[in-house]
Design a protein around this ligand. Sequence first.
Ligand SMILES: [Fe+2]
Ligand SMILES: [Fe+2]
Length: 164
Amino acid sequence: MTETTLAEALEAEHHEIDQGIYAFLNGDADGLERLHAVFAELRRHIYLEEVYLFPPLREAGMMAPVFVMLREHGEMWQVLDEIDAALAVNPAPSSSAAELCRDLLTRLDAHNSKEEPILYPELRGILSDSAAEQYLAFLEDGERPDGWVCERASAGAAAAPPWG
Ligand SMILES: [Fe+2]
Ligand SMILES: [Fe+2]
């Protein structure tokens, strides 16, 4: 029997999120629905990483890569909010939401291509089997607590001038 590792499940979720964004950009019939679904998935994914995975990685000496990941989460979180706002005005993929989605895809690619080879391989040696199992189950049907936002969510907003 092959068991899916937590790293594999996290990587699979990265791909699933990309595909949902492409479904929207391609104008698929269920594209908007899938986009909303993968946005919830991405925010939940970031929650799992920041609350449960990054602290032990940081303790294991991965401070610098975790710092970069947190910053990128903050930037992506802001883009997610901007896309939600654009969709509220116009839910069509030809709107400004599409441009923001392409920006998000670029950011996700840059983020995941560091997270997957640098951070995820370390999880195996750091997490207990029971913790890894618990997080695998969370990826199946866990929920981000209402109102939780990532650590650096407001970093971009705070840096913007009040008149911007
Ligand atoms: Fe991730
Ligand atoms: Fe991440």
